[in-house]
Design a protein around this ligand. Structure first.
Ligand code: SF4
Length: 212
């Protein structure tokens, strides 16, 4: 199983020592009957178990930074919650820094201290989670948050961001969000906005935030 590979290449383990450490790792991420699973192929495991095995592989080396790229995609909500708890647990036990790459704003709110919002391959706004959710500044961040359906809200239509993301191989001049932005000005289409510091670790790349 792939969980053995980092153990042999990083820790130079082999034989029984390798197998025993692999079993320990599988047990530590909540895989039941870990010794029996050691020889299992991915198709013999459920989606939730496969994600747990990925967690075991990730901590085998052991890392100081864990990058979780869409870690809960394709998991149902119950398994998703269990997996997020496991990642939090791994983070605390191994004192890891963690970067989440996700489209799920609920996960960001639950798991993260800081958030960087990206559009067309660039960070357009970054700051503490409470600030970004409570007082977003960039029009794209605001539009993203407005498009999240709210429980109990009576709306006939979901709010969407008009237009399409740009072609990354042919980005427009100036601000890449300008063709979709209700606040776009002439300057936005001519010059790409630099990063403007807004205080307390909060920054945005929008001409609306340029100092007067
Ligand atoms: S720089 Fe201009 S186009 Fe870009 S997000 Fe700000 S206001 Fe909109």
């Amino acid at each position: 199983m792939q969980v053995r590979e980092p153990l042999s290449s990083y820790h130079a383990l082999s034989g029984r020592a390798l197998a025993s450490r692999a079993v320990e790792l599988l047990a530590s991420v909540g895989i039941s009957s870990p010794a029996a699973r050691l020889r299992a192929f991915p198709h013999q495991l459920s989606g939730g178990m496969r994600q747990r095995v990925v967690g075991a592989m990730a901590i085998a080396a052991p890392p100081r930074l864990l990058i979780a790229d869409e870690p809960t995609t394709s998991l149902d909500l119950t398994i998703q919650a269990q997996y997020l708890r496991l990642l939090t647990d791994l983070q605390e036990r191994h004192r890891l820094a963690m970067i989440f790459v996700t489209h799920n704003l609920g996960i960001v709110a639950k798991m993260c201290d800081r958030v960087a919002v990206m559009y067309a391959g660039r960070v357009v706004e970054a700051g503490p989670v409470g600030t970004i959710f409570g007082a977003p500044r960039h029009p794209y961040t605001r539009a993203l948050l407005e498009s999240v359906p709210r429980l109990g809200a009576r709306a006939e239509w979901l709010t969407a961001i008009e237009g399409q993301p740009p072609d990354l191989a042919a980005l427009p001049r100036g601000c890449a969000f300008a063709p979709r932005c209700a606040h776009a000005m002439e300057r936005c289409r001519a010059e790409e906005p630099p990063e403007f510091a807004l205080g307390a670790g909060h920054a945005s790349r929008c001409w609306l935030d340029a100092p007067a």
